[in-house]
Design a protein. Structure first.
Length: 99
């Protein structure tokens, strides 16, 4: 049982890393203007909702991902290739302090 628990933790860690990478890519595209929202409901959009303190990613009029204080929540599959490396939260916090 101990080994299975460790494997589950590793999978959760990989999933979290995938989400962080996805957020970074999407936010970079949004900030640089490579993602634009249009008025109709079928266009992809990113909505910042300050009242609910979250960011919504919308495709075909439906939320596909939400970022809030708890993290990123994806409604659907995530596909990737390559290696995912978990640097740990302490390394992320160190990077924030360097700014």
């Amino acid at each position: 049982m101990q080994n299975q628990s460790g494997s589950n933790q590793l999978e959760k860690s990989k999933f979290r890393t995938i989400l962080y990478v996805a957020v970074a890519v999407i936010l970079t595209a949004f900030i640089t203007g490579n993602i634009t929202a249009k008025a109709n409901n079928t266009s992809p959009a990113i909505e910042i909702d300050p009242q609910n303190r979250l960011i919504r990613f919308i495709v075909d009029g439906q939320d596909i991902a939400i970022i809030d204080a708890e993290g990123m929540h994806v409604f659907g599959d995530i596909t990737y290739s390559g290696t995912i490396t978990d640097i740990g939260s302490s390394r992320l916090e160190e990077g924030q302090n360097d700014e």
